[in-house]
Ligand binder design. Structure first.
Ligand code: ADP
Length: 496
């Protein structure tokens, strides 16, 4: 029997999972690490602590699975995307804490880049929008704020990477400076048509090429591990977290879509092997590159998904736990005309309105907490529908199914509302965390454990499907939602 190890380096925790060659979990371990908030809007991680956490959970997961390090056939790696690490090649020492994707310190630089007319070219070449979320502006900040960094970067003394690169550097004992296409594509420096770093983009951001890792595919043997205990097998699978989840949920064909209902909702649709032209706030991104062929995805994110339910629990106190929302919301036939637009931190795709604010409207003397709970579930599902509806024109193949995971996907009522709104069947697996599963599957493919992707399908078992016809929606729901979203928009601007 072959055994795989998946390393899942997330935003708040690191996780290691040991799986067999049918992708069954044999053991796992998780460890949280510190979040540093030096000032409002700034978010940092300690890269050394991240590596230490990966090191420790690997040993714990092996022990939990009762598997020896030498029994592992291949390692798959998946990670929080966009977060920037800058380190010294000679010592492997980071020059600064990692700047996390959530960090907004480079908003001014991004506004300047947009004002200077760089947005169209960046959009065309990278599939992204200019935003502090992506790596380039954060790397610029580090080069400008770490003493001597720019000159040292020009001399080739420094290395840049997202956390996949950083971990591969550590796992290889400082020999491998690599990143995979899905992580490279989150930097605003990578050309998704040529599949390589883009000199013109590097020039516009004034980033020296000598800093950059070599870009590799998502399922191929990369190097043999020498930096973690007795592990000696190859790292053979790498992908950013959302792409790994798309792969883990086996959305292998054009038109296959997934939504992860966590704190936010992350929606990716497999768009096939021809690059799609996504518009508005939707992103075009490589889903994976396997055997030299790139598969593309269209991506959109909703900021407040399951976090809306946390708000009901922590701020309103109308439920004791997230699991209580379903029974409360199901105790009424509909929201009684109440609409909740969860724009607490602005609206993400497809609106991209940072000044929008949350709105609860349609209240009457008869409104109770059950109506508000129901409106919260409607609001999550309606936001996801808006993203998928905006994606449809960019897709070569029609949407086929929506596979779901994340903590809030265990809410059956939310899933039924969602299926009905989309007119699509939802498929929910047993395991609601598919990121590590995707990394393991990529690694197994990378070492030829299975002949092709189709051989993996035998290991996919939906726990439950939700058909659109199962559930009748309140007729006025969409129309009321549209009107409420319009009222929520630009609210903070009007307030100023
Ligand atoms: P993340 O990975 O972003 O931390 P998880 O996938 O662990 O998120 O999911 C946690 C989120 O799911 C929380 O925001 C929580 O409020 C929500 N959640 C958990 N259970 C339910 C439920 N039964 N119904 C709706 N939301 C839920």
């Amino acid at each position: 029997m072959s055994t795989l190890l998946a390393l899942d380096q997330g935003t708040t925790s690191s996780r290691a999972v040991v799986l067999d060659d049918t992708l069954r979990v044999l053991g796992s371990a998780r460890r949280e690490f510190a979040q540093y908030f030096p000032a409002p809007g700034l978010v940092e991680h300690d890269a050394v602590e991240i590596w230490q956490s990966i090191h420790d959970v690997t040993l714990e997961a092996l022990a939990a699975a009762g598997v020896g390090a030498r029994e592992i056939t291949a390692v798959g790696l998946t990670n929080q995307r966009e977060t920037v690490v800058l380190w010294e090649r000679s010592s492997g020492r980071p020059l600064h804490r990692a700047l996390v994707w959530q960090d907004r310190r480079t908003a001014g630089l991004c506004e300047q880049m947009t004002a200077d007319g760089h947005a169209a070219l960046m959009r065309e070449r990278t599939g992204l929008v200019i935003d502090p979320y992506f790596s380039a502006s954060k790397l610029c900040w580090l080069l400008d704020h770490c003493p001597g960094a720019r000159a040292r970067a020009e001399r080739g003394e420094l290395a840049f990477g997202t956390t996949d690169s950083w971990l591969m550097w550590q796992l290889s004992g400082g020999r491998a400076h690599l990143t995979d296409v899905t992580n490279a594509a989150r930097t605003l420096l990578f050309n998704i048509d040529t599949g390589d770093w883009d000199d013109e983009l590097l020039a516009r951001w004034t980033i020296p090429r000598a800093l950059l890792p070599r870009v590799v595919g998502c399922a191929e043997p990369l190097f043999d591990i020498s930096g973690l205990g007795d592990l000696r097998c190859p790292v053979a699978g790498v992908a950013g977290d959302q792409q790994a989840a798309l792969f883990g949920l086996q959305c292998f064909d054009a038109g296959d879509a997934k939504c992860t209902y966590g704190t936010g909702c992350f929606i990716l649709v497999n768009a096939g092997t021809t690059r799609p032209q996504a518009t508005g706030g939707l992103l075009t991104t490589p889903a994976w590159r396997i055997g030299g062929t790139t598969t593309y995805a269209v991506e959109g994110s909703v900021f407040m998904g399951g976090a809306t339910i946390q708000w009901l629990r922590d701020q309103l106190g109308i439920i004791a736990g997230a699991g209580d929302v379903e029974a409360l919301a199901a105790s009424v036939p509909d929201s009684g005309g109440v609409v909740l637009v969860p724009a607490f931190t602005g609206l993400g795709a497809p609106y991209w309105d940072a000044q929008a604010r949350g709105l609860l409207i349609g209240l009457t003397r008869g409104t109770g907490r059950a109506h508000i709970a129901r409106a919260a579930l409607d609001g999550i599902a309606l936001q996801v529908s808006d993203v998928l509806d905006a994606m449809r024109p960019a897709l070569a193949a029609p949407l086929r199914t929506l596979r779901v995971d994340g903590g809030a996907a265990r809410n059956d009522l939310l899933m039924r509302i969602q299926a009905s709104l989309l007119g699509l069947t939802l498929e929910r697996p047993h395991d609601l965390e598919n990121t590590a599963l995707g990394a393991a599957a990529l690694a197994g493919l990378g070492v030829g454990l299975w002949p092709d992707r189709d051989s993996l399908r035998a290991h996919w078992h939906p726990e439950r499907c939700f058909a659109p016809a199962e559930f009748a929606l309140d007729a006025g729901l969409r129309r009321r939602w549209r009107r409420a979203v319009e009222r929520s928009r630009t609210w903070a601007t009007d307030d100023a």
